[in-house]
Design a protein around this ligand. Sequence first.
Ligand SMILES: Cc1cc2nc3c(=O)[nH]c(=O)nc-3n(C[C@H](O)[C@H](O)[C@H](O)COP(=O)(O)O)c2cc1C
Length: 414
Amino acid sequence: MKRVDDFRLRFGKKEYVPIVVGGMGVDISTAELALEAARLGGIGHISDAMVPTVSDRRFQTKFVKEKLQQYKYNVANPDKSKVLFDLGCLAEATRLHVGRTMEAKRGEGLIFINCMEKLTMNAPRETLRVRLSAALDAGIDGITLSAGLHLGSLALIEDHPRFRDAKLGIIVSSLRALQLFLRKNARLNRLPDYIVVEGPLAGGHLGCGMDWASYDLATIVAEIRDWLCAEQLDIPLIPAGGIFTGSDAVSFLEQGAAAVQVATRFTVTRECGLPEKVKQEYFKANEDDIEVNTISPTGYPMRMLKNSPAIGAGIRPNCEAYGYLLDSNGSCAYIVAYNREVAAHPHAKKISVMDKTCLCTHMRNFDCWTCGHYTYRLKDTTRRLPDGSYQILTAEHVFRDYQFSTDQKIALPE
Ligand SMILES: Cc1cc2nc3c(=O)[nH]c(=O)nc-3n(C[C@H](O)[C@H](O)[C@H](O)COP(=O)(O)O)c2cc1C
């Protein structure tokens, strides 16, 4: 009976425990969580989602306050096209977040950063270039391109001195998306160092549609693996989404995966950035407390707990402070939905917006409880305490359980 520890992820001559803790924005996959994964010989992710906000919280900078101050005059204006990010501040926040994390790194593993293309920030190309370059400047081991097709992202950093030495990977949910990515980037003569194949059971945004239940991770992985083989492309494949036990991971590794990417089981660890009371909500959840909905302004379906405060909240858009989802025209689907509701209820003190949510504000405040499909199984991974709450785990405990368990077993904490 094999265990995850019988396998290794290889990048060149280096070997790693084949467990990747996936990126979870906004600062749900904290530096502490990523550092634990690296210390234990695997790969951890931080996320650059809303990085100025994260920097304010971590390092007492004032990026958000200063941006709001600058654009305060625009708060009541539905046109947000003038609310631009200061690229210097964005670079500084990224360098702080990444730099301090890398300085603290111990052990043999790696730390990557998750960069979502859908964070278009009112100037998609300029802001993404700064995010990627600043992360490389600050010494990140690798960048995982996510939430988008990233057809032009690699070209934005092709002149960076670390373009060929840092590990660069992409998350895809279909062979078609991968083929498109490779075709568009062929000119750069630089293949991705790894491909995360994310299936329909993952947390966060989903790369498939509302018909997610008709897809199956193992089938997508096999299709991509066979195609890469036929094309003689040797790129490590990393399946993600619903890999809940060490045995689940082993079955992918035996089918040729180089590693697995996991996240949900780490949402209830001490190192995870979710507030303690939200971690208890994750533990408590039953299967029918979880839904995939379309309230994210990104246009991608998103999985979350049905009792997330973000659902149905009708707060005023907060783009002067945040504005991460503003497209190149300065608009966001939440602003449209919000303005429609305000116009329909002109005298209401409080309105509710059901079809979209102000994702920036709610992710910032940990009020959008995005989660993986198997969140309802988290209660089986710990003990119930005398007061009825669930015992929070450590990242080390969960990591080692993935690494060493067999027979679909899950080790309970001491
Ligand atoms: C709370 C949470 C937040 C997430 N946020 C992101 C994100 O910001 N970017 C991203 O690419 N994936 C995100 N994901 C997806 C994970 O990185 C990972 O690929 C996936 O959840 C793995 O499946 P599992 O949760 O079933 O283990 C998130 C997942 C969770 C559970």
